[in-house]
Design a protein around this ligand. Structure first.
Ligand code: GDP
Length: 590
């Protein structure tokens, strides 16, 4: 491997790169994160690992020790790596910094036996969007047949212990992965065969379960970050910035924020600017807590903390802070900082005039869900953060198009009065916390709704039909005419307009009775009693008169396309002939 990892350059200091772990459910994100921590703990070096709130810190010495054989004595420039404790692409996209992602680099965990799955692709889409570099942890290599058991080793060490057949099968699966990633627009290769890391995504084969490949993973992350992310991870003390990950309101203590500081130093008493549901606001740091690991496990109060670090911040005011938004220490122009906070908290979601309504718990996930809907060609008319309220329902209920009467709720609650309003107003709420499943449900709902609407339209569409008035069954001659008829073809429906064989108006069907039972429609052949409005017997229509169900010109084409029975088809042609006496082009257009 040609990656040079030289000792610290004079004068330039770096903070830890922030790392997020992404991947499909069950591919091993949690296990790999635990293995990374475990590897460090197994070194049994006090202070080597510090678990903090929201993020886990692994220092350079620990990485150097665990990857000694791979580094060949080289020292790292970065002081370590800071792993965000919440894995997954939703968390990743909810944590923003400077308009991009909080994480500097990512680990995409892929089960080598399964390959790319929906959430793998979602993760890739998000990484692409944020232009976040990533490496692939090809996990569960212990499940490949003929595996010779080893544990707590680097991948390179593991490889030495494996049989030829295993190594061949491993390579075959890696190349399947390489080809799948190529399909997503990425060149990739097993990490120890890469010469140009700027163009090729590194694949590190690992087993989270058996702690295989963790040194390789750590070394690659540190190496890539210090080589290619120099500007992003340069230690700066002029400004202090962080991202709010979680907001907790507790009785007594007030509001606490779990944050990750990615730049500068945060001190107790600092004035900080935050984004709240009422807009940007300023408050003070009342106290700070970090997690401690090892002998003194638990929370420890600190006076100051340096980037990069996870820290719980207790603030002086009861602010309704929005998770995922920035925290900036106020030095200088407050308005400028507010402006920046607003800009950094905004997301880009292309809205259209018509479409579905989306609600999500945070801006990042709102954007992620919207992106995936867009990929499926589903338009969005409104996208907002927060729970589903009665207001949302009323808003959607007023829409004309039944296909728009749906709210997609990602990771949010539906308030009870909203639930009730939805039931009353025929608004559908599709709820979930897994993006691709939610999208599948939305697609299913839209397809079903479309089918229903088409069925409904077909139901109400007049069918070409022919009937004759039976002279022996005249019950009433006007207001309305009530007569027995024989339906010869098609389907007669209440509301149908009738025409005579000369094309003139023959009345409107007011009701249909078959054997004393009221019907909305009746199929041919049948003999039924019908009430006909708008005409008088022996004036406009006569006993023995042949009548047709009138059809608008606009449905001729669709009727022809439908598989009508031959009798009905014949009636359609007869109706067209009648119409053409008036208009020779009737039925030839649209
Ligand atoms: P996540 O949903 O991506 O966080 O996946 P988990 O870490 O919870 O892992 C899902 C399942 O896969 C669990 O039962 C793990 O024990 C198992 N698993 C994870 N990594 C490995 C591995 O390297 N080898 C094997 N055999 N099983 C693994």
């Amino acid at each position: 491997m040609e990656m040079s990892i030289s000792s610290t350059e004079q004068g330039v200091r770096y903070r830890q790169p922030i790392v997020c772990v992404l991947g499909h459910v069950d591919h091993g994100k949690t296990t790999v994160l635990d293995a990374i921590r475990g590897t460090s703990v197994a070194q049994k070096e006090a202070g080597g690992i510090t678990q903090r709130i929201g993020a886990t810190d692994i220092d350079a010495e620990t990485i150097e020790r665990s990857a000694r054989a791979l580094l060949k004595g080289a020292k790292l420039k970065v002081p370590g790596l800071l792993f965000i404790d919440t894995p997954g692409h939703v968390a990743f996209s909810n944590m923003r910094a400077r308009g991009g992602a909080l994480a500097d680099i990512a680990v995409l965990v892929i089960d080598i036996n399964e390959g790319l799955m929906p959430q793998t692709v979602e993760s890739i889409n998000i990484l692409k969007k944020f232009r976040t570099p990533f490496i692939v942890a090809a996990n569960k290599i212990d499940l490949i047949p003929l595996f010779t058991p080893v544990r707590d080793v680097s991948f390179i060490e593991c490889l030495k212990k494996q049989r030829k057949e295993y190594v061949e099968e491993l390579d075959r699966r890696i190349y399947e992965l390489v080809s799948a990633l190529y399909g997503q627009g990425f060149q990739s290769e097993r990490y120890d065969r890469i010469t140009d890391f700027t163009r090729t995504v590194a694949i590190v084969p690992v087993s989270g379960k058996l702690h295989i490949g963790m040194p390789d993973l750590l070394m690659m992350l540190a190496g890539l970050a210090q080589r290619y992310l120099e500007n992003d991870i340069r230690l700066r003390t002029d400004e202090t910035r962080g991202t709010v990950i979680e907001v907790k309101r507790e009785e007594g203590t007030g509001v606490t924020l779990d944050t990750v500081i990615y730049q500068g130093v945060l001190r107790a008493g600092d004035e900080i600017a935050l984004n709240t549901r009422d807009g940007p606001a300023v408050t003070r740091v009342r106290g700070m807590l970090i997690n401690t690991h090892g002998r003194k496990k638990g929370l420890r109060e600190v006076e100051s903390v340096q980037a990069a670090a996870g820290v719980r911040v207790l603030i002086s005011d009861k602010l309704d802070v929005i998770p995922g938004t920035p925290m900036i220490v106020v030095r200088g122009d407050r308005d400028k900082i507010f402006e920046e906070i607003i800009k950094e908290s905004s997301v880009s979601i292309p809205l259209s005039e018509h479409g579905v309504t989306v609600k999500a718990e945070a801006l990042g996930s709102l954007e992620a869900v919207s992106y995936e809907l867009g990929q499926k060609g589903i338009g969005i008319r409104s996208a907002q953060t927060g729970d589903v309220t009665k207001r949302d329902i009323i808003d959607v209920a007023t829409l004309q198009d039944p296909m728009e009467k749906v709210i997609i709720a990602f990771n949010v609650s539906v308030l009870p009065e909203a639930q009730q309003a939805a039931a009353e107003n025929d608004v559908t709420i599709i709820q979930g916390n897994i993006i691709y499943r939610l999208i599948e449900e939305v697609e299913g709902w839209l397809a079903e709704k479309k089918k229903q609407l088409e069925e409904g339209r077909k139901q109400s569409m007049p069918v070409p039909s022919k009937l004759v008035i039976l002279p022996e069954y005249i019950f009433r001659t006007s207001k309305p005419v009530i007569v027995g008829v024989r339906l010869l073809s098609g389907q007669l429906k209440v509301g149908d307009t009738l025409i005579k064989s000369d094309g003139r108006y023959g009345g409107t069907v007011k009701s249909i009775r078959e054997n004393e039972v009221s019907k909305n429609y009746v199929d041919a052949p049948a003999e039924v009693a019908v009430a006909i409005d708008g005409v008088t017997l022996n004036r406009q229509i006569n006993p023995n008169e042949t009548l047709y169900v009138d059809i608008p010109e606009s449905v001729v084409r669709e009727l022809r396309a439908r598989a009508l029975d031959p009798e009905t088809m014949k009636t359609l042609e007869e109706i067209i002939k009648i119409k053409r006496k008036e208009n020779p082009f009737w039925g030839t257009r649209a």
